[in-house]
Ligand binder design. Sequence first.
Ligand SMILES: [Zn+2]
Length: 75
Amino acid sequence: MTLIDKCPGTINIRTPTIEIKNCPECGEEVEIFSDEKKATCKCGFTIFNDLQSCIEWCRYAEECIGEEQFRKLKK
Ligand SMILES: [Zn+2]
């Protein structure tokens, strides 16, 4: 078994999907990618992705999603 292939927590990061969120400021729909931590609405409001991911705590996360993506999300 390869841990890196089986880890389910990073599926949204390795295979990004688009989610629609409603801006709490103006009610506009804002597209946010599942591998992005935040998106900016037309009105300028920053919407954070409620990405609860194992990358926050998993010690294999860096190997799992790749160093580049890991650094981007940990910032
Ligand atoms: Zn807005």
